[in-house]
Design a protein around this ligand. Structure first.
Ligand SMILES: [Zn+2]
Length: 187
């Protein structure tokens, strides 16, 4: 017995009407980075279909070295496989999406942060740097961090957005730009 049993039954329903998805550039031209929170599923929030967009998720949807490494590889892969296709001026846009009511915001409390450090083996400073307490601020900081990463392809653009758990609405905080572009931010 596993808690997966009812989900595997749902998969059986899915597979019955499934037709294979070919290897192709992401149809939406976007790679989504967002929080692993189960209230923030980009397939539902953004209406993504199979083949539309790769999705990277971690606690908070933060730009970490692991995320930068994955995006560097995705950029390389897209360039190798599809870089010569017409209209492939840019390979893809990375949409960083942070959200309100993030579980990582609990780390703003020093006592909670100290307990979390003891439980996870991470330092309090690391945990403080990983939290999303003010999503408008963290999404701007993470767009900058990603654009400054030397391993990110110059043909990959980055934008920043905030998902409001209360309304279901995503708003843009930082317009898409390439590392070489001048600053183009919304107020
Ligand atoms: Zn979250």
């Amino acid at each position: 017995m596993t808690r997966m049993t009812p989900l595997l039954e749902r998969n059986e329903q899915f597979a019955r009407s499934y037709t294979t998805t070919p290897m192709a550039p992401p149809a939406a031209g976007v790679v989504v980075l967002t929080c692993l929170d189960h209230r923030v599923d980009p397939a539902l929030v953004l209406g993504l279909e199979l083949g539309d967009a790769p999705v990277i998720r971690n606690a908070g949807g933060r730009v970490t070295q692991a995320v930068i490494d994955d995006l560097a590889y995705l950029g390389f892969l897209a360039d190798q496989l599809f870089g010569d296709q017409d209209g492939a001026e840019g390979l893809f846009e990375v949409a960083v999406i942070h959200h309100t009511q993030c579980g990582t915001s609990l780390l703003a409390d020093p006592g909670f942060r100290r307990q979390a450090a003891e439980a996870t083996g991470r330092t309090e400073a690391e945990l403080a740097a990983s939290m999303v307490d003010d999503p408008q601020a963290t999404v701007r900081a993470d767009v900058e961090r990603l654009l400054a990463a030397p391993s990110l392809s110059p043909r990959v653009s980055v934008s920043g957005h905030v998902y409001d758990i209360a309304t279901g609405r995503v708003t843009t905080s930082v317009d898409a730009r390439y590392a070489a572009d001048p600053l183009a931010r919304r107020p």
